[in-house]
Design a binder for this molecule. Structure first.
Ligand SMILES: [Ca+2]
Ligand SMILES: [Ca+2]
Ligand SMILES: [Ca+2]
Length: 207
């Protein structure tokens, strides 16, 4: 029984070592707290605007609704006639599978199409086009990193009419921690530990 218990603990330890929320940001704490929007903002805690500009918009500002109808979100085309290249701080990723997710909506202000590229080094690269009236959706993509890399998640918006695709809730998760079969041993191990704990307590009480 001891051997079984050790195996359960080992499984538990391995699973939590792989646990993998690597990066996440909802932008809600940017631009000086609740209610504040900021044009051409570049004081993000986890991002840099490396070209052009972006705006931080507080939910309701300029008639824009952020994801979930709360907090803040980012207009990837700022207010200088030069849309932003918006890059996360560098992230080091070991070889493996990762899931990138982010919420985007159309610009919510005009019916013109907006376009952007989203990339992470050479491992993830996809173009998105949205007309202004398209509502919030969550984009989820899994990609494979073949060799260890230090890179940024980059949103590169095209054009520059100051009205761009809206971004919110970016997260990067290592696939081992996403809700896949990899995680299944953890609850099982917990269950086993619980059962053994009760059994041990009972034995103690009986002596
Ligand atoms: Ca937000
Ligand atoms: Ca703008
Ligand atoms: Ca535009």
């Amino acid at each position: 029984m001891k051997k079984f218990l050790s195996a359960a603990i080992l499984t538990l330890a391995c699973t939590s070592a792989n646990a993998g929320l690597i990066f996440s940001d909802n932008f809600d704490s940017e631009a000086g707290g609740a209610g504040n929007s900021s044009l051409n903002y570049n004081n993000f805690s986890q991002w840099s605007v490396t070209d052009g500009t972006v705006d931080v918009v507080s939910n309701g500002g300029w008639g824009i609704t952020c994801a979930g109808g709360i907090g803040k979100c980012v207009d990837l085309d700022g207010s200088t006639g030069d849309a932003g290249t918006f890059s996360s701080n560098s992230i080091t990723l070991a070889a493996g599978e990762y899931t990138l997710s982010f919420d985007i909506s159309g610009n919510q202000r005009n019916s013109v199409n907006d376009a952007m590229g989203v990339s992470l080094g050479g491992f993830f690269n996809e173009d998105f086009t949205r007309s202004g009236s398209v509502g919030w959706e969550t984009i989820v993509r899994t990609f494979t990193v073949t060799t260890e890399t230090t890179n940024s998640i980059t949103f590169n918006h095209a054009g520059g009419d100051n009205i761009g695709i809206m971004l919110d809730n970016v997260s990067l998760v290592s696939a081992s921690s996403s809700a896949t079969s990899v995680d299944e041993p953890a609850p099982l191990a917990l269950l086993l530990l619980g059962a053994f704990g009760i059994a041990a307590t009972r034995r103690k009480q009986n002596t």
